[in-house]
Design a protein around this ligand. Structure first.
Ligand code: ADP
Ligand code: MG
Ligand code: MG
Length: 211
């Protein structure tokens, strides 16, 4: 069965960070429209810390890599998104404990637990115009692909497309969570920043698998 190892996962996280960092101005501009305009800076700071202080160390297993990534993101991103992105990686970690490689089934279970962790912590649901509107469709595509014994590349290509579409569709939603909720109907027409970060993260994951 096809697997990915800890080296590939490091590459995927690094590439997710690269996409987010390269788009940090866009992310902050999106956040400025309906929030406080710090999202890109915060996310870039978090992923730079992961790149410099987590991915450099050769953590022995996938669980450790995900825990270290989650803790660093939680600490360095701060704000609303730090705990949410941090929790996403921390909740993925148990499936990778003492494992040097994982199957697509494992990866799907990880992403599902990560998604549920974010939902539980943020008390938001799909349709509230948050990161969940990109994350949930992406995770769903991976679960469908895993149940049909698809490949990592096919699953993550589909997940990235679903996340991008989901993020774009947040423009049609009224914000019910996060700072955007203070804008009410004025949040219409603006794409959510956190959902856009998820789309960039999934794109980074997918691209690393193809390289
Ligand atoms: P802050 O609002 O503290 O400045 P950020 O700008 O970093 O935080 O993040 C804003 C993003 O957080 C939003 O675009 C949205 O996607 C996400 N978000 C806000 N509240 C929630 C929530 N309860 N659940 C999931 N995501 C949320
Ligand atoms: Mg903000
Ligand atoms: Mg803020």
């Amino acid at each position: 069965m096809e697997t990915i190892d800890v080296f590939m996962l490091r590459k995927m996280i690094a590439n997710a960070g690269r996409h987010i960092t390269e788009n940090q101005v866009l992310l902050s501009d999106l956040d400025a429209a309906i929030g406080d305009g710090d999202h890109g800076v915060s996310m870039a700071r978090g992923f730079a810390a992961v790149r410099d202080r987590v991915l450099q160390s050769e953590s022995a297993d996938i669980g450790t890599l995900l825990i270290d990534t989650g803790r660093m993101l939680m600490k360095e991103i701060g704000g609303t998104c730090g705990p949410l992105f941090g929790t996403f990686f921390l909740k993925m970690a148990p499936h990778g404990r003492d494992r040097a490689e994982i199957s697509l089934m494992d990866w799907s279970a990880m992403l599902t637990d990560g998604l549920h962790g974010v939902m539980l912590l943020g008390k938001a649901d799909v349709g509230d115009k948050t990161m969940l509107d990109a994350l949930e469709p992406a995770v769903r595509v991976v679960a469908e692909s895993a149940s049909q014994s698809g490949s990592f590349v096919a699953a993550m290509t589909g997940a990235a497309e679903a996340a991008v579409t989901g993020a774009e569709k947040t423009a049609e939603l009224v914000a019910r969570k996060g700072r955007g909720r203070y804008q009410g109907n004025a949040s219409l027409g603006h794409q959510d920043a956190g959902a856009t970060s998820v789309a960039l993260m999934m794109t980074g994951f997918s691209e690393a698998l193809k390289a």
